[in-house]
Design a protein around this ligand. Structure first.
Ligand code: F6R
Length: 631
């Protein structure tokens, strides 16, 4: 949700800002803008454009803007429509203070009213615009103290202003009178500082600065920093200077190439055999004594013994992975498990129970609702004196350096590599695998499954990478063909049952988010309780029918849809029963436990090809952003 990049140093700021914005565009693409200070004239030049970053590039038309200190922003609209006037940076009335912000200033209206009473005119509908005006007012009050050290003055002014802000923010501020200083601050929105050669930078996410440095300092909540070409100072909310060791990033993981694929999403679908291979190599180890493989989670799991119940908190696609996880944890490992939307959990959590494991699932590690729900859970559990109520936490994330990575120490790093397509594919895959790992570990510790049953599941996991390669190749073609026939449909129903019900939900979510076609996922057996009324020949039904416990039931439910004239697409093997499908996306015969890990592939490809066939911006669908850092 909005991307921020900022730099100060001895080099021209513009190339880094534009490169950073390109890498951050996945966070929001309603509009973009930059502001750079010319240290000789002490003027701020600001350029903004509505729509994609390309529009800003066209506006700049390869012109250089001199200056070594600047800020940039790519926006996902919250307050105010995606228009130039609402694009960041926002500048105060004197033109001296420029601000980019990611987050939501909840008390902006109250602050705006006060400023307007003082005669300050606003140029935008955003919540952010109050910040430059407040900073300018504060600078006036401070009387531009100590003009030989304006950076410190700006730091004090910004600190005083953020004390009055409610909500969440990550922000970067320029002041014309301090042309070599940049002040940055964060509260519940991501911000990292990068230590480059002859320049210091700051951004919402690591890829934005990966071409310039691999050394970062993540900022903590409530911290404020002053960056100058000579160094970085970070202070906490008590104004105590903070010192911490920088982290070194794996640069190759941060620099992402689309290769020959038309879209990142397609590349990321094709990445999945590798994703699976990497996950298996990381989390399965061979026991040297008996030659058997076992799950090797990266933290001490002996506390699993006392766990009686699991609660999983997640949003969107991560929640669908959690639902498959819940099925495995209950049905394979025998632990009662509930999955919650983070946005619901934060305001209506279940009553506290003892010996609960709370799992936060978020690929970005920055989803505001998930982070807040986990914080709330930690706080309310910490208030109970009884030891059995203490928080037991695991995070499943793709970004260990993110907010959730700093919140929770027991992390399963899904290791999918950075995902650029806004629609999650390979990270979903690696989240699913992580739940298989957890379920196996619990089953081992609790003794709910025999060694043979566990080995059988592990062997099935090992077969995945080559199987996936074949499936992707085959269904890339069948999905393209189907997309040709179906790209104009208006509604689609996805059906699944048991372990594949969440896969139906995920299939529907993928289709709607990138193709803008209305789609709904349903447990196949529930159709007859209402949604069947929607069906007719214009509404195709995609039915996931994997041999196992509920296969016959799913086939009967598909039959009910066929009787209402729906065109039936099956995600199923060619076997007795599946001849009812009008079109079969043929799946290999597989073990039912593993089936979600196969069934998701044709569904991802079908959504992709339908959206691509409609000529849509698959990687950056309208109204969405990769990292949802606002509530
Ligand atoms: C769908 C999608 C979103 C995210 C959701 C949670 O393709 O990407 O539904 O899954 O916003 O994001 P994370 O996992 O980063 O918490």
């Amino acid at each position: 949700m909005c991307g921020i990049v900022a730099v100060t140093g001895f080099k021209n700021a513009l190339p880094l800002l534009m490169n950073g914005l390109e890498k951050l565009e996945y966070r929001g693409y309603d509009s973009a803008g930059i502001a750079i200070i010319n240290s000789e004239t002490q003027n701020i030049t600001c350029n903004k454009a509505e729509g994609k970053l390309q529009n800003l590039k066209n506006l700049l038309n390869k012109n250089n803007i001199p200056g070594t200190t600047g800020i940039g922003h790519t926006r996902w609209a919250t307050h105010g429509k995606p228009e130039v006037k609402n694009a960041h940076p926002h500048i105060d009335s004197s033109g001296e203070v420029a601000v980019v912000q990611n987050g939501i200033i909840e008390n902006f209206q109250e602050l705006k009213n006060k400023l307007e009473k003082e005669g300050i005119a606003f140029n935008s509908d955003t919540d952010t615009e109050v910040i430059p005006h407040l900073i300018q007012r504060e600078l006036n009050t401070l009387g531009k103290l100590n003009l030989d050290n304006n950076g410190s003055t700006l730091l004090v002014a910004v600190r005083n202003v953020i004390n009055d802000l409610e909500g969440s923010y990550a922000l970067a501020v320029l002041w014309a009178a301090a042309p070599n200083s940049l002040v940055v601050a964060r509260r519940q929105a991501p911000l990292i500082i990068g230590l480059g050669e002859g320049e210091f930078m700051c951004a919402s996410d690591t890829p934005a600065i990966a071409n310039f440095t691999n050394i970062i300092l993540p900022m903590e909540d409530e911290e404020i920093g002053l960056l100058t070409p000579l160094g970085v100072e970070i202070y906490d909310s008590n104004n105590e200077r903070q010192y911490r060791n920088p982290i070194s990033l794996n640069i190759s993981e941060q620099i992402i190439d689309k290769m020959n694929f038309k879209h990142y999403m397609l590349k990321e679908i094709y990445d999945q055999p590798e994703t699976a291979k990497n996950w298996l190599e990381k989390y399965l180890i061979k026991n040297s004594k008996n030659g058997q493989f076992q799950i090797n989670l990266p933290f001490d799991t002996s506390f699993f013994e006392s766990i009686e119940r699991i609660e999983i908190i997640a949003c969107g696609t991560s929640k669908h992975a959690a639902m498959v996880g819940s099925f495995l944890l209950e049905q394979f490992a025998g632990i009662p498990t509930n999955v919650f939307y983070a946005s619901e959990f934060r305001y209506s959590p279940p009553p506290l129970l003892p010996n609960v494991l709370t799992i936060g699932v978020t690929q970005s590690g920055e989803t505001a609702d998930t982070i807040a729900a986990i914080n709330m859970e930690i706080t309310r559990r910490s208030l109970v004196e009884d030891e059995t109520f203490k928080p037991n936490l695991i995070a499943i994330t793709n970004r260990t350096e993110s907010s959730i990575g700093r919140q929770i120490s027991n992390i399963i790093d899904i290791g999918a590599g950075i995902e650029i397509g806004v629609a999650a594919t390979k990270t979903f895959y690696a989240q699913l695998l992580s739940f298989y790992g957890l379920a196996i570990q619990f089953a081992q510790i609790k003794g709910t499954k025999s060694k043979e049953e566990i080995s059988k599941l592990i062997v099935e996991l090992y077969k995945l990478p080559p199987l996936l390669e074949d499936l992707i190749e085959k269904h890339n073609q069948s999905a393209e063909k189907l997309a040709h026939d179906f790209f104009n449909i208006k509604d689609v129903v996805f059906l699944g049952r048991g372990i594949n019900y969440p896969i139906a939900l995920e299939g529907a979510l993928k289709l709607k988010e990138i193709s803008y076609i209305h789609a709904v996922g349903y447990p196949a057996g529930e159709m007859k309780h209402g949604p069947i009324a929607l069906l007719d020949k214009k509404v195709p039904v995609i039915s996931i029918a994997s041999p196992g416990e509920v296969f016959d039931k799913v086939i009967s439910n598909a039959q009910e849809a066929k009787a209402r004239d729906s065109y039936l697409i099956g995600i199923a093997p060619k076997c007795n029963g599946t001849q009812i499908f009008d079109y079969l996306m043929t799946m290999p015969e597989s073990n039912e436990w593993i089936s979600p890990l196969l069934n998701i592939i044709p569904l991802q490809l079908l959504s992709y090809h339908i959206a691509a066939h409609r000529g849509l911006d698959v990687d950056q669908p309208r109204n969405l952003a990769k990292s949802v850092t606002v509530e």
